[in-house]
Design a protein around this ligand. Structure first.
Ligand code: BMA
Length: 297
C-alpha cells in the first residue's frame, strides 16, 4: 500500500464560502479518461454541499469547479448533503448520499437517492433527478448500491447502527429484504460500528467491499470484505487487520481527529486507488495492489 506522496490531493479554498473550511469524503466515477470526484464540502454556514474535481491521472487534480454541483433542496436535507457514493447503471449514474435534515419535527440523517444522466454529468450540466428517501424518518447512513442488479432488483448496503445491512428494491423507492450482513467485532479496530466505503466491485473471487470500522476509542479505519458473487449476503472473508489506519498528521489532526473515511475507489491495472477523507478535513488517495486486498491463499 502506498499513500500518495503529495497527499492531500484536495484542500479547502478560502475564497469559496461553500468550501472554505473542509473538503473530504468523495464519490468516484471514472469516464472519458478522467477520474471524476464528487466531494463533500463545508464552509462558513456549516452545511455540507457537494463539489466536483477531476484528474487525468487519478492523483493530480487538474479541474475543479467554482460552485457546488449538488446542494440541499428541501427540508429533508436542509442541514446538508453528505458522503456521496456513485454507481453506474447503463447511462444513469445513481448517487446515494446522507441527507441531514428534518423529518416532521425531528432532526435525522437519512439515505437520499438521486440520479443524473452520464452525458449531462460529463458535460457538467447538473440536472439531477428527483430526490428520494430510501427509509423515510429512519436514522441511516453509508448507503452504496451494487453496480449491477440481482434478479432485477437494485441491491443496497446501508448502515443501521452499528451494523452493515442489505436491502433490495426494483424502483429505488420501496426497499425490502432488510438483513444484517456484518457487524462490529470485539477488541478489534472495528469494535464500535461498521459501514460500507465505496460501492462493492467485482473481482474473480467475488465482490470486494472496502468498509470503514470505528474502534471503541473512536478511530476510523478501513478494512476489506469479500462477498459471494451470486449471493452478496454471504460473507466469504473479512480482513483481520485494517488496510488503512490514520497514522499521518493529516489523518490524525483536523476537524475530527483520527479518521480515514472512504466513499469510493477505482481499479486500474490490478491496482486499487482508494480515495478517502482525512480527519474530515481534506481528501487523500492511497494505492493498493489488488492482491493485498484479497484473502491470502
Ligand atoms: C461519519 C460521517 C462521515 C465522517 C465520519 C467521521 O458518521 O459523518 O462523513 O467522515 O463520521 O467523522
Amino acid at each position: 500500500m502506498n499513500r500518495y506522496s503529495h497527499n492531500p490531493i484536495l484542500e479547502p479554498i478560502g475564497a469559496h464560502a461553500w468550501e472554505s473550511s473542509l473538503v473530504f469524503n468523495a464519490a468516484v466515477f471514472a469516464a472519458n479518461n478522467r477520474v471524476h470526484l464528487l466531494y463533500r464540502a463545508m464552509g462558513t454556514d456549516n452545511i455540507s454541499r457537494i463539489g466536483l474535481a477531476s484528474s487525468s491521472d487519478g492523483y493530480n487534480i487538474d479541474e475543479r469547479l467554482p460552485l457546488p454541483v449538488f446542494s440541499p433542496s428541501n427540508d429533508m436535507e436542509n442541514q446538508g448533503c453528505e458522503d456521496p457514493r456513485l454507481s453506474l447503471f447503463g447511462n444513469s449514474l445513481i448517487m446515494a448520499y446522507t441527507a441531514f435534515g428534518n423529518h416532521f419535527q425531528h432532526q435525522v440523517y437519512q439515505i437520499g437517492l438521486t440520479a443524473i444522466n452520464t452525458e449531462d454529468f460529463i458535460a457538467r450540466r447538473w440536472q439531477w433527478g428527483e430526490r428520494i428517501l430510501a427509509f423515510p424518518g429512519i436514522h441511516n447512513k453509508d448507503a452504496v448500491l451494487f453496480p449491477q442488479k440481482f434478479d432485477g432488483d437494485y441491491v443496497m448496503f446501508h448502515r443501521l447502527e452499528p451494523d452493515l445491512c442489505i436491502a433490495r428494491s426494483n424502483d429505488l423507492r420501496r426497499w425490502y429484504g432488510l438483513k444484517y450482513i456484518l457487524g462490529p467485532r470485539e477488541k478489534s479496530w472495528d469494535s464500535w460500528k461498521v459501514g460500507a466505503a465505496g460501492p462493492p466491485f467485482l473481482v474473480n473471487e467475488g465482490w470486494l467491499l472496502i468498509y470503514h470500522g470505528v474502534s471503541a476509542d473512536r478511530v476510523y479505519s478501513l478494512g476489506v470484505a469479500l462477498l459471494d458473487k451470486k449471493n452478496p449476503e454471504q460473507v466469504l472473508y473479512r480482513s483481520e487487520e485494517a488496510i488503512l489506519m490514520p497514522t499521518e498528521n493529516y489523518e490524525r489532526y483536523g476537524k475530527v481527529p483520527n479518521v480515514v473515511f472512504s466513499c469510493g475507489q477505482i481499479i486500474k491495472d490490478d491496482q486499487v486507488l482508494i480515495y478517502y477523507g482525512a480527519a474530515d478535513s481534506s481528501l487523500c488517495v492511497a494505492t493498493f495492489e489488488l492482491a493485498e486486498l484479497l484473502p491470502k491463499k
